[in-house]
Design a protein around this ligand. Structure first.
Ligand code: ATP
Ligand code: ATP
Lengths: 217, 217
């Protein structure tokens, strides 16, 4: 991945642009608002003020040659859709677009976005899940029925060894790793004991993991 | 967790509110815009149109008795901060607030938010990482130096057994699970073989994992 254009330098777009630039990609940032261009001009390879619905301007910038283009215009649905159509017509290899709603996301897919993201909706779900399960720090959905979960140990599990806890049989959960303070144990053993405040990384079936989570409250 | 108020029913707030309600929590949604209230009125326990900077209105609604309040007002920084101050004064047990920038996040913490989230910034980083490593589907940062990664297998690893791949010694990575189509294998064995298109779940040190990711391109 060498050259990426990010259209829309709002909170999401600026974050994509800067993170990509910091990992060695050459990024062109485009925004219609001067202040948003200025905010990243010192960091990106190139930062341009332009209206991305202006086909002539977009062609001039050479956007069609990018390895990928990120359309990070969330609220202005018409601009988001029209810019995506334009990029598809230009033959851009990979288009990632931000959507505000599920309907917006479907429209973007129909007009040619290869991938659509809904950051506020996804984070909203994540925050809701962390609120209902305070022990849950983070998770990955591996499938509709399996997850990896990072959980904080409360007195419920504390003071026992992994063998005694027998999480595999009781909760269908494998302990992949655990963290105590700054120390990461990536090869946990059966006679390792768990203390309150430790962070356990578990992989398993959702039914068992959620049962364990509710007991950790 | 029984009662939660969500102030601000934009994309993030509406997602938090609806997800919480669907998991059995009684949610009161508050927004100054009628259309945002109407959009969730059929789902939430209660949906109210009000200006949350109006202390009298907030007291009337009984927000102080909630187990947690989510301040999901991102762009209007003064409203976000003033509402947080007000909730802190009312003695609300847990305040989660959405921030637009790092500076906004620091301010929220100073005025009493227990947790601050930056959905667009976090997702921006995540998308940037997925763009630079197309094989990377999802990940959890376990520590500054360790992660769990969900990656797609390319020809680079295909056709070999886990024993032959010897990922632990070559890339400091443990295979926790792998998925083929809809089938999840949560107890991978040394003589299991890996095919192109399989999804591997790996835990290990970032240096080794990133070396493996770059070889998967
Ligand atoms: N036609 C356009 N051409 C270029 N930039 C545009 C255009 N329309 C909107 N933008 C820019 O895109 C950025 C993001 O748009 P907007 O604020 O509408 O979406 P958002 O999804 O709310 O953003 P955020 O990423 O902050 O959540 C803004 O900085 C805006 O100036
Ligand atoms: N004083 C207030 N009282 C109640 N609701 C408010 C107030 N100020 C803003 N809101 C509502 O909060 C919601 C989110 O605010 P805003 O759109 O400014 O933030 P945002 O971070 O861009 O939202 P999103 O979650 O969509 O990304 C909006 O629906 C808005 O009407």
């Amino acid at each position: 991945l060498k050259d990426v254009a990010v259209i829309g330098l709002g909170r999401f777009g600026a974050s994509v642009a800067v993170t990509l630039q910091q990992s060695g990609v050459s990024v062109m940032g485009i925004d219609v608002l001067q202040e948003n261009v200025v905010a990243v001009a010192g960091v990106l390879t190139q930062a341009v003020q332009a209206d991305a619905t202006d086909e002539h301007a977009v062609k001039e910038l050479g956007v069609r040659n990018c390895d990928a283009v990120v359309v990070a215009i969330g609220s202005n649905v018409s601009a988001s859709l029209l810019v995506t159509v334009m990029l598809k017509d230009l033959g851009v290899k990979q288009i990632i677009a931000k959507a505000s709603t599920e309907l917006h996301a479907r429209a973007l897919k129909l007009v040619g976005a290869d991938r659509v993201v809904l950051p506020e909706r996804d984070m909203g779900k994540r925050i809701a899940n962390c609120l209902t399960s305070p022990s849950l720090l983070d998770y990955i959905d591996l499938s509709p029925d399996h997850s990896v979960m990072e959980v904080t140990v409360t007195e419920f599990l504390a003071g026992k060894t992994l063998r005694q806890l027998d999480l595999r049989n009781r909760y269908d959960a494998n302990v992949i790793a655990f963290r105590r303070g700054n120390h990461m144990n990536m090869a946990p053993r059966a006679d390792d004991s768990i203390e309150t405040g430790d962070v356990l990384v578990l992989a398993g079936g959702n039914e068992g993991l959620e049962k364990l989570l509710s007991k950790l409250q």
